[in-house]
Design a binder for this molecule. Structure first.
Ligand code: EPU
Length: 422
Protein backbone atom coordinates (compact mmCIF):
# COMPACT_ATOMS: atom_id res chain seq x y z
CA UNK A 1 0.00 0.00 0.00
CA UNK A 2 1.27 3.48 -0.84
CA UNK A 3 0.28 6.52 1.20
CA UNK A 4 1.20 10.18 1.31
CA UNK A 5 1.92 11.47 4.81
CA UNK A 6 1.32 15.21 4.90
CA UNK A 7 1.82 17.57 7.83
CA UNK A 8 -0.10 20.76 7.14
CA UNK A 9 0.12 24.37 8.22
CA UNK A 10 3.25 25.38 6.31
CA UNK A 11 2.96 28.23 3.78
CA UNK A 12 4.45 27.06 0.47
CA UNK A 13 7.01 29.43 -1.04
CA UNK A 14 9.12 29.25 -4.18
CA UNK A 15 8.90 28.22 -7.81
CA UNK A 16 7.08 25.24 -9.30
CA UNK A 17 7.68 24.15 -12.92
CA UNK A 18 4.59 22.80 -14.69
CA UNK A 19 4.69 19.57 -16.73
CA UNK A 20 3.10 18.69 -20.07
CA UNK A 21 -0.70 18.39 -20.11
CA UNK A 22 -2.01 14.93 -19.22
CA UNK A 23 -5.20 15.34 -21.19
CA UNK A 24 -3.28 16.50 -24.29
CA UNK A 25 -0.81 13.59 -23.96
CA UNK A 26 -3.79 11.22 -23.77
CA UNK A 27 -4.79 12.33 -27.29
CA UNK A 28 -1.37 12.97 -28.80
CA UNK A 29 0.21 9.61 -27.92
CA UNK A 30 -2.43 7.50 -29.73
CA UNK A 31 -2.29 9.98 -32.63
CA UNK A 32 1.43 9.20 -32.93
CA UNK A 33 0.70 5.65 -34.06
CA UNK A 34 -1.29 6.94 -37.04
CA UNK A 35 1.99 7.80 -38.74
CA UNK A 36 4.28 5.20 -40.24
CA UNK A 37 7.42 7.14 -39.47
CA UNK A 38 9.13 8.41 -36.34
CA UNK A 39 7.67 11.23 -34.25
CA UNK A 40 9.53 13.01 -31.47
CA UNK A 41 7.29 14.23 -28.68
CA UNK A 42 8.68 16.62 -26.07
CA UNK A 43 7.26 17.76 -22.72
CA UNK A 44 5.62 14.37 -22.18
CA UNK A 45 4.57 14.16 -18.50
CA UNK A 46 5.93 11.01 -16.84
CA UNK A 47 2.71 10.02 -15.12
CA UNK A 48 0.91 6.67 -14.81
CA UNK A 49 -1.46 7.34 -17.74
CA UNK A 50 1.48 8.04 -20.06
CA UNK A 51 3.49 5.03 -18.85
CA UNK A 52 0.41 2.88 -19.55
CA UNK A 53 0.22 4.22 -23.11
CA UNK A 54 3.90 3.43 -23.66
CA UNK A 55 3.43 -0.12 -22.30
CA UNK A 56 0.42 -0.61 -24.59
CA UNK A 57 2.49 0.60 -27.56
CA UNK A 58 5.41 -1.72 -26.76
CA UNK A 59 3.03 -4.69 -26.67
CA UNK A 60 1.78 -3.61 -30.10
CA UNK A 61 5.37 -3.65 -31.45
CA UNK A 62 5.53 0.14 -31.62
CA UNK A 63 9.12 1.28 -31.06
CA UNK A 64 9.30 3.65 -28.10
CA UNK A 65 12.66 5.29 -27.40
CA UNK A 66 13.13 7.64 -24.43
CA UNK A 67 15.31 10.62 -25.35
CA UNK A 68 15.98 12.35 -22.06
CA UNK A 69 13.49 12.64 -19.25
CA UNK A 70 10.39 13.99 -21.02
CA UNK A 71 10.99 13.29 -24.71
CA UNK A 72 10.07 10.11 -26.54
CA UNK A 73 10.60 8.94 -30.10
CA UNK A 74 7.67 6.81 -31.24
CA UNK A 75 7.83 4.76 -34.41
CA UNK A 76 4.73 2.79 -35.36
CA UNK A 77 5.97 1.63 -38.78
CA UNK A 78 5.78 -2.01 -37.73
CA UNK A 79 2.75 -1.77 -35.44
CA UNK A 80 1.00 -5.06 -34.76
CA UNK A 81 -2.73 -4.34 -34.68
CA UNK A 82 -3.78 -7.89 -33.82
CA UNK A 83 -2.82 -7.83 -30.15
CA UNK A 84 -3.91 -4.64 -28.40
CA UNK A 85 -3.42 -5.49 -24.70
CA UNK A 86 -7.00 -5.24 -23.39
CA UNK A 87 -5.97 -5.69 -19.75
CA UNK A 88 -3.84 -2.52 -19.91
CA UNK A 89 -6.34 -0.57 -21.99
CA UNK A 90 -9.16 -1.27 -19.56
CA UNK A 91 -7.22 0.63 -16.88
CA UNK A 92 -7.35 3.86 -18.80
CA UNK A 93 -10.19 6.20 -19.73
CA UNK A 94 -8.49 7.50 -22.86
CA UNK A 95 -8.08 4.04 -24.44
CA UNK A 96 -11.05 4.98 -26.66
CA UNK A 97 -8.73 7.25 -28.68
CA UNK A 98 -7.22 4.10 -30.22
CA UNK A 99 -10.59 3.59 -31.93
CA UNK A 100 -10.32 6.79 -33.98
CA UNK A 101 -6.54 6.57 -34.42
CA UNK A 102 -6.42 2.95 -35.63
CA UNK A 103 -9.60 3.11 -37.73
CA UNK A 104 -8.07 5.89 -39.82
CA UNK A 105 -4.88 4.00 -40.53
CA UNK A 106 -5.99 0.36 -40.60
CA UNK A 107 -9.75 0.46 -41.20
CA UNK A 108 -10.35 -1.60 -38.06
CA UNK A 109 -9.85 -1.18 -34.36
CA UNK A 110 -10.66 -3.21 -31.27
CA UNK A 111 -10.30 -1.74 -27.79
CA UNK A 112 -11.68 -2.47 -24.36
CA UNK A 113 -14.28 -0.09 -22.96
CA UNK A 114 -12.69 2.73 -21.01
CA UNK A 115 -11.57 2.54 -17.38
CA UNK A 116 -10.00 5.39 -15.41
CA UNK A 117 -11.68 7.61 -12.81
CA UNK A 118 -15.25 6.94 -11.59
CA UNK A 119 -16.70 10.43 -11.82
CA UNK A 120 -19.96 9.73 -13.59
CA UNK A 121 -21.66 7.54 -16.13
CA UNK A 122 -19.34 8.66 -18.93
CA UNK A 123 -21.12 7.30 -22.03
CA UNK A 124 -19.37 7.19 -25.42
CA UNK A 125 -22.44 7.52 -27.63
CA UNK A 126 -21.10 10.72 -29.26
CA UNK A 127 -17.82 8.96 -30.19
CA UNK A 128 -19.84 6.18 -31.79
CA UNK A 129 -22.16 8.62 -33.57
CA UNK A 130 -19.18 10.34 -35.25
CA UNK A 131 -17.43 7.09 -36.22
CA UNK A 132 -20.64 5.60 -37.63
CA UNK A 133 -21.26 8.77 -39.66
CA UNK A 134 -17.79 8.24 -41.20
CA UNK A 135 -18.71 4.70 -42.24
CA UNK A 136 -17.66 2.57 -39.28
CA UNK A 137 -19.66 -0.40 -38.06
CA UNK A 138 -19.56 -0.69 -34.28
CA UNK A 139 -19.87 -3.92 -32.31
CA UNK A 140 -19.82 -4.00 -28.52
CA UNK A 141 -19.49 -7.46 -27.00
CA UNK A 142 -18.95 -7.58 -23.26
CA UNK A 143 -16.18 -5.13 -22.48
CA UNK A 144 -14.75 -5.06 -26.01
CA UNK A 145 -15.65 -2.56 -28.69
CA UNK A 146 -14.77 -3.18 -32.33
CA UNK A 147 -15.06 -0.56 -35.05
CA UNK A 148 -14.71 -1.60 -38.69
CA UNK A 149 -14.71 0.70 -41.71
CA UNK A 150 -17.27 -1.06 -43.91
CA UNK A 151 -15.60 0.04 -47.18
CA UNK A 152 -12.11 -0.66 -45.81
CA UNK A 153 -11.61 3.07 -45.28
CA UNK A 154 -13.54 5.81 -43.48
CA UNK A 155 -15.09 8.64 -45.48
CA UNK A 156 -15.66 12.29 -44.57
CA UNK A 157 -18.99 13.20 -42.92
CA UNK A 158 -20.93 16.05 -41.36
CA UNK A 159 -21.40 15.48 -37.62
CA UNK A 160 -23.36 17.69 -35.24
CA UNK A 161 -22.61 16.59 -31.67
CA UNK A 162 -25.59 16.50 -29.27
CA UNK A 163 -23.30 17.00 -26.27
CA UNK A 164 -20.07 18.97 -26.16
CA UNK A 165 -17.47 16.29 -25.48
CA UNK A 166 -13.69 16.62 -25.39
CA UNK A 167 -13.22 12.90 -25.97
CA UNK A 168 -15.69 12.61 -28.85
CA UNK A 169 -14.25 15.72 -30.53
CA UNK A 170 -10.68 14.38 -30.36
CA UNK A 171 -11.72 10.87 -31.44
CA UNK A 172 -13.59 12.25 -34.46
CA UNK A 173 -10.61 14.42 -35.48
CA UNK A 174 -8.30 11.40 -35.25
CA UNK A 175 -10.61 9.29 -37.40
CA UNK A 176 -11.25 12.04 -39.96
CA UNK A 177 -7.56 12.92 -40.43
CA UNK A 178 -6.95 9.82 -42.60
CA UNK A 179 -10.52 9.44 -43.95
CA UNK A 180 -11.36 9.94 -47.62
CA UNK A 181 -12.81 13.41 -48.24
CA UNK A 182 -13.94 16.26 -46.01
CA UNK A 183 -15.39 16.12 -42.50
CA UNK A 184 -17.20 18.92 -40.68
CA UNK A 185 -17.63 18.62 -36.90
CA UNK A 186 -20.08 21.01 -35.24
CA UNK A 187 -20.76 21.79 -31.58
CA UNK A 188 -17.29 20.60 -30.67
CA UNK A 189 -15.19 21.05 -27.52
CA UNK A 190 -12.82 24.05 -27.61
CA UNK A 191 -10.39 22.99 -24.86
CA UNK A 192 -6.68 23.80 -25.35
CA UNK A 193 -5.89 20.08 -25.56
CA UNK A 194 -8.29 19.67 -28.50
CA UNK A 195 -6.26 22.39 -30.24
CA UNK A 196 -3.02 20.68 -29.20
CA UNK A 197 -4.06 17.35 -30.73
CA UNK A 198 -5.10 19.17 -33.94
CA UNK A 199 -1.75 21.01 -34.07
CA UNK A 200 0.13 17.75 -33.57
CA UNK A 201 -1.81 16.08 -36.40
CA UNK A 202 -1.13 19.10 -38.64
CA UNK A 203 2.61 18.82 -37.84
CA UNK A 204 2.36 15.25 -39.21
CA UNK A 205 0.76 16.55 -42.42
CA UNK A 206 -2.94 16.39 -41.55
CA UNK A 207 -5.32 19.17 -42.58
CA UNK A 208 -7.38 20.11 -39.50
CA UNK A 209 -8.76 23.65 -39.35
CA UNK A 210 -10.87 25.52 -36.79
CA UNK A 211 -9.80 23.70 -33.59
CA UNK A 212 -10.56 26.05 -30.67
CA UNK A 213 -13.83 27.22 -32.32
CA UNK A 214 -17.30 25.60 -32.52
CA UNK A 215 -16.70 24.07 -35.94
CA UNK A 216 -13.74 21.94 -37.01
CA UNK A 217 -13.13 21.09 -40.67
CA UNK A 218 -10.85 18.27 -41.68
CA UNK A 219 -9.65 17.40 -45.18
CA UNK A 220 -8.57 13.76 -45.07
CA UNK A 221 -5.02 13.04 -46.25
CA UNK A 222 -3.57 9.74 -47.42
CA UNK A 223 -0.61 9.49 -45.10
CA UNK A 224 0.99 11.22 -42.15
CA UNK A 225 4.71 11.84 -41.80
CA UNK A 226 7.10 12.09 -38.84
CA UNK A 227 7.53 15.35 -36.91
CA UNK A 228 8.80 16.92 -33.70
CA UNK A 229 6.25 18.37 -31.33
CA UNK A 230 6.09 19.71 -27.74
CA UNK A 231 2.94 19.14 -25.63
CA UNK A 232 1.38 22.24 -24.03
CA UNK A 233 1.68 22.82 -20.27
CA UNK A 234 -0.92 21.29 -17.93
CA UNK A 235 -3.37 24.03 -16.98
CA UNK A 236 -5.03 21.80 -14.38
CA UNK A 237 -1.71 20.99 -12.70
CA UNK A 238 -1.00 24.76 -12.68
CA UNK A 239 -4.46 25.48 -11.20
CA UNK A 240 -3.89 22.83 -8.54
CA UNK A 241 -0.60 24.45 -7.44
CA UNK A 242 -2.44 27.80 -7.37
CA UNK A 243 -4.87 26.15 -4.93
CA UNK A 244 -1.95 24.86 -2.81
CA UNK A 245 -0.61 28.45 -2.58
CA UNK A 246 -4.01 29.88 -1.58
CA UNK A 247 -4.73 27.09 0.93
CA UNK A 248 -1.46 27.62 2.79
CA UNK A 249 -1.31 31.42 2.49
CA UNK A 250 1.96 30.93 0.61
CA UNK A 251 3.69 32.59 -2.33
CA UNK A 252 4.19 30.36 -5.37
CA UNK A 253 5.49 31.27 -8.80
CA UNK A 254 4.18 28.68 -11.20
CA UNK A 255 6.32 28.58 -14.32
CA UNK A 256 6.15 27.19 -17.85
CA UNK A 257 2.42 27.90 -18.22
CA UNK A 258 0.24 29.57 -20.87
CA UNK A 259 -1.66 32.18 -18.79
CA UNK A 260 -4.35 32.47 -21.50
CA UNK A 261 -5.38 28.85 -20.79
CA UNK A 262 -5.73 29.73 -17.09
CA UNK A 263 -8.05 32.74 -17.54
CA UNK A 264 -11.21 31.30 -15.95
CA UNK A 265 -9.21 29.81 -13.07
CA UNK A 266 -7.30 33.07 -12.45
CA UNK A 267 -10.56 35.09 -12.52
CA UNK A 268 -12.21 32.83 -9.93
CA UNK A 269 -9.11 32.74 -7.74
CA UNK A 270 -8.98 36.56 -7.73
CA UNK A 271 -12.65 36.59 -6.75
CA UNK A 272 -11.95 34.39 -3.72
CA UNK A 273 -9.15 36.67 -2.55
CA UNK A 274 -5.98 35.42 -4.23
CA UNK A 275 -3.55 37.90 -5.69
CA UNK A 276 -2.44 36.59 -9.09
CA UNK A 277 0.27 38.29 -11.16
CA UNK A 278 0.78 36.98 -14.68
CA UNK A 279 3.77 37.29 -17.01
CA UNK A 280 4.47 35.69 -20.40
CA UNK A 281 4.81 32.15 -19.10
CA UNK A 282 4.30 32.26 -15.33
CA UNK A 283 1.78 33.15 -12.65
CA UNK A 284 2.60 34.23 -9.10
CA UNK A 285 -0.06 33.46 -6.51
CA UNK A 286 -0.35 34.83 -2.97
CA UNK A 287 -3.28 35.33 -0.62
CA UNK A 288 -3.04 38.56 1.35
CA UNK A 289 -6.22 38.17 3.43
CA UNK A 290 -9.16 35.80 4.04
CA UNK A 291 -10.73 33.54 1.43
CA UNK A 292 -13.96 35.08 0.10
CA UNK A 293 -17.15 33.14 -0.61
CA UNK A 294 -18.04 32.50 -4.26
CA UNK A 295 -20.52 30.93 -6.63
CA UNK A 296 -18.85 28.46 -8.97
CA UNK A 297 -20.33 26.60 -11.92
CA UNK A 298 -18.24 24.23 -14.02
CA UNK A 299 -18.53 24.68 -17.78
CA UNK A 300 -16.84 23.61 -20.96
CA UNK A 301 -13.79 25.71 -21.93
CA UNK A 302 -13.48 28.68 -21.65
CA UNK A 303 -15.64 28.25 -18.54
CA UNK A 304 -14.38 27.10 -15.14
CA UNK A 305 -13.06 23.53 -15.61
CA UNK A 306 -14.65 20.53 -13.92
CA UNK A 307 -11.10 19.27 -13.30
CA UNK A 308 -10.60 22.19 -10.85
CA UNK A 309 -13.96 21.80 -9.09
CA UNK A 310 -12.80 19.62 -6.15
CA UNK A 311 -9.81 21.88 -5.49
CA UNK A 312 -11.81 25.13 -5.40
CA UNK A 313 -14.63 23.55 -3.36
CA UNK A 314 -11.98 22.63 -0.78
CA UNK A 315 -10.68 26.22 -0.68
CA UNK A 316 -14.22 27.54 -0.26
CA UNK A 317 -14.59 25.49 2.95
CA UNK A 318 -12.17 28.05 4.45
CA UNK A 319 -14.14 31.08 3.17
CA UNK A 320 -15.81 33.75 5.27
CA UNK A 321 -19.38 32.78 4.27
CA UNK A 322 -21.41 30.05 2.55
CA UNK A 323 -20.63 29.25 -1.11
CA UNK A 324 -22.29 27.18 -3.81
CA UNK A 325 -20.60 25.01 -6.41
CA UNK A 326 -22.54 23.54 -9.33
CA UNK A 327 -21.03 20.61 -11.25
CA UNK A 328 -22.55 20.69 -14.72
CA UNK A 329 -20.20 18.27 -16.54
CA UNK A 330 -19.97 15.04 -14.48
CA UNK A 331 -22.88 14.04 -12.24
CA UNK A 332 -20.78 12.09 -9.77
CA UNK A 333 -17.91 14.43 -9.07
CA UNK A 334 -18.64 15.26 -5.42
CA UNK A 335 -17.77 11.81 -4.03
CA UNK A 336 -14.71 13.27 -2.30
CA UNK A 337 -16.77 15.42 0.10
CA UNK A 338 -17.29 12.50 2.49
CA UNK A 339 -13.50 12.22 2.80
CA UNK A 340 -13.17 16.00 3.15
CA UNK A 341 -15.72 15.84 5.98
CA UNK A 342 -13.29 13.59 7.90
CA UNK A 343 -10.93 16.57 7.86
CA UNK A 344 -13.60 18.94 9.20
CA UNK A 345 -15.38 20.16 6.05
CA UNK A 346 -19.11 20.87 6.05
CA UNK A 347 -20.38 20.43 2.50
CA UNK A 348 -23.91 19.35 1.61
CA UNK A 349 -24.49 17.99 -1.89
CA UNK A 350 -27.91 17.85 -3.49
CA UNK A 351 -28.01 16.59 -7.06
CA UNK A 352 -25.30 18.57 -8.82
CA UNK A 353 -25.04 21.47 -6.34
CA UNK A 354 -22.77 21.62 -3.30
CA UNK A 355 -23.48 24.08 -0.53
CA UNK A 356 -20.18 24.78 1.17
CA UNK A 357 -20.52 25.96 4.77
CA UNK A 358 -17.52 27.79 6.24
CA UNK A 359 -15.35 26.00 8.80
CA UNK A 360 -12.50 27.44 10.90
CA UNK A 361 -9.93 25.07 9.40
CA UNK A 362 -9.13 21.48 8.49
CA UNK A 363 -7.55 18.88 10.75
CA UNK A 364 -5.41 15.92 9.73
CA UNK A 365 -7.14 12.55 9.19
CA UNK A 366 -6.83 9.21 7.38
CA UNK A 367 -8.47 9.77 4.00
CA UNK A 368 -8.70 8.06 0.63
CA UNK A 369 -8.57 9.49 -2.90
CA UNK A 370 -11.52 8.30 -5.00
CA UNK A 371 -10.34 9.83 -8.28
CA UNK A 372 -7.51 11.98 -9.63
CA UNK A 373 -8.82 15.47 -8.82
CA UNK A 374 -10.42 14.24 -5.57
CA UNK A 375 -6.89 13.23 -4.54
CA UNK A 376 -5.62 16.70 -5.44
CA UNK A 377 -8.41 18.30 -3.37
CA UNK A 378 -7.52 16.20 -0.32
CA UNK A 379 -3.89 17.33 -0.68
CA UNK A 380 -5.12 20.96 -0.77
CA UNK A 381 -6.94 20.33 2.53
CA UNK A 382 -4.03 18.39 4.05
CA UNK A 383 -1.52 21.17 3.30
CA UNK A 384 -3.80 23.68 5.05
CA UNK A 385 -4.70 21.36 7.95
CA UNK A 386 -3.49 21.23 11.53
CA UNK A 387 -1.75 17.90 12.10
CA UNK A 388 -0.95 14.90 9.93
CA UNK A 389 -3.03 13.48 7.09
CA UNK A 390 -2.47 10.01 5.66
CA UNK A 391 -3.78 9.88 2.11
CA UNK A 392 -4.28 6.45 0.53
CA UNK A 393 -5.24 5.32 -3.02
CA UNK A 394 -2.62 7.77 -4.29
CA UNK A 395 -2.37 5.78 -7.53
CA UNK A 396 -5.16 8.07 -8.74
CA UNK A 397 -3.04 11.16 -8.01
CA UNK A 398 -0.06 9.63 -9.78
CA UNK A 399 -2.18 9.08 -12.92
CA UNK A 400 -2.03 12.83 -13.48
CA UNK A 401 0.56 14.75 -11.41
CA UNK A 402 4.22 14.37 -12.35
CA UNK A 403 6.70 14.33 -9.43
CA UNK A 404 4.14 15.80 -7.05
CA UNK A 405 6.10 14.82 -3.94
CA UNK A 406 9.37 16.36 -5.19
CA UNK A 407 7.64 19.51 -6.46
CA UNK A 408 5.83 20.06 -3.16
CA UNK A 409 8.89 19.31 -1.02
CA UNK A 410 10.90 21.85 -3.05
CA UNK A 411 8.52 24.64 -1.98
CA UNK A 412 8.49 23.70 1.68
CA UNK A 413 5.68 21.16 2.06
CA UNK A 414 6.03 18.39 4.58
CA UNK A 415 4.94 15.43 2.43
CA UNK A 416 6.42 11.94 2.08
CA UNK A 417 5.46 8.89 0.05
CA UNK A 418 5.41 5.78 2.20
CA UNK A 419 5.13 2.22 0.88
CA UNK A 420 4.01 -0.44 3.32
CA UNK A 421 3.71 -4.20 2.89
CA UNK A 422 -0.11 -4.24 3.44
N1 EPU B 1 -20.67 12.65 -22.83
C1 EPU B 1 -21.74 12.02 -23.41
N2 EPU B 1 -21.51 11.20 -24.49
C2 EPU B 1 -20.26 10.99 -24.99
C3 EPU B 1 -19.16 11.63 -24.39
C4 EPU B 1 -19.39 12.46 -23.31
O1 EPU B 1 -22.89 12.19 -23.00
O2 EPU B 1 -20.13 10.23 -25.96
C5 EPU B 1 -20.89 13.55 -21.69
C6 EPU B 1 -20.18 13.08 -20.43
O3 EPU B 1 -20.95 12.14 -19.71
C7 EPU B 1 -19.98 14.38 -19.68
C8 EPU B 1 -19.77 15.40 -20.79
O4 EPU B 1 -20.28 14.79 -21.99
O5 EPU B 1 -21.14 14.70 -18.99
C9 EPU B 1 -18.34 15.81 -21.03
O6 EPU B 1 -17.50 14.66 -21.18
P1 EPU B 1 -16.20 14.69 -22.09
O7 EPU B 1 -16.37 13.70 -23.16
O8 EPU B 1 -15.88 16.11 -22.45
O9 EPU B 1 -15.10 14.17 -21.09
P2 EPU B 1 -14.00 13.07 -21.38
O10 EPU B 1 -13.45 13.24 -22.74
O11 EPU B 1 -14.51 11.75 -20.95
C10 EPU B 1 -11.97 14.56 -20.65
C11 EPU B 1 -10.86 14.42 -19.66
C12 EPU B 1 -11.40 14.60 -18.26
C13 EPU B 1 -12.08 15.95 -18.17
C14 EPU B 1 -13.14 16.11 -19.25
C15 EPU B 1 -13.79 17.47 -19.29
C16 EPU B 1 -9.32 12.85 -20.67
C17 EPU B 1 -8.80 11.48 -20.71
N3 EPU B 1 -10.26 13.10 -19.80
O12 EPU B 1 -12.90 13.52 -20.33
O13 EPU B 1 -10.30 14.57 -17.41
O14 EPU B 1 -12.68 16.09 -16.90
O15 EPU B 1 -12.56 15.84 -20.54
O16 EPU B 1 -12.83 18.46 -19.54
O17 EPU B 1 -8.87 13.72 -21.42
C18 EPU B 1 -9.28 14.51 -15.33
O18 EPU B 1 -8.30 14.98 -15.89
O19 EPU B 1 -9.38 14.35 -14.09
C19 EPU B 1 -10.37 14.07 -16.15
C20 EPU B 1 -11.37 13.32 -15.70
Amino acid sequence: MVQYHITGGKPLRGTVPISGFKNAADGILPAAIMCDGEVHIENVPCIKDVLLWLDIFRQMDVKVTPQGSNTFAIDATTVNTETPPYDLMSKMRASYYLLGAMLGRFGKSTVSLPGGCEIGERPIDQHIKALEAMGAEIDITGNIITATATDGKLHGAHVYFDVISVGATINAILAAALAEGNTVLENVAKEPHVVDVANFLNSMGAHVRGAGTNVIKIRGVEKLHGCSYAIIPDQIEAGTYMAFAVATGGDLTITGVIPKHLESIIAKFREIGAQVETSDDAVRVTRPGRINRATVRTEEYPGFPTDMQPQITTLLCLADRQSTVTESIFENRFKYVTELARMGADVVVKNRVATVYPVKGFHGADVRACDLRAGAALIVAALAAQGETNLSEVGYVERGYENIIEKLQAVGASITRVETAD
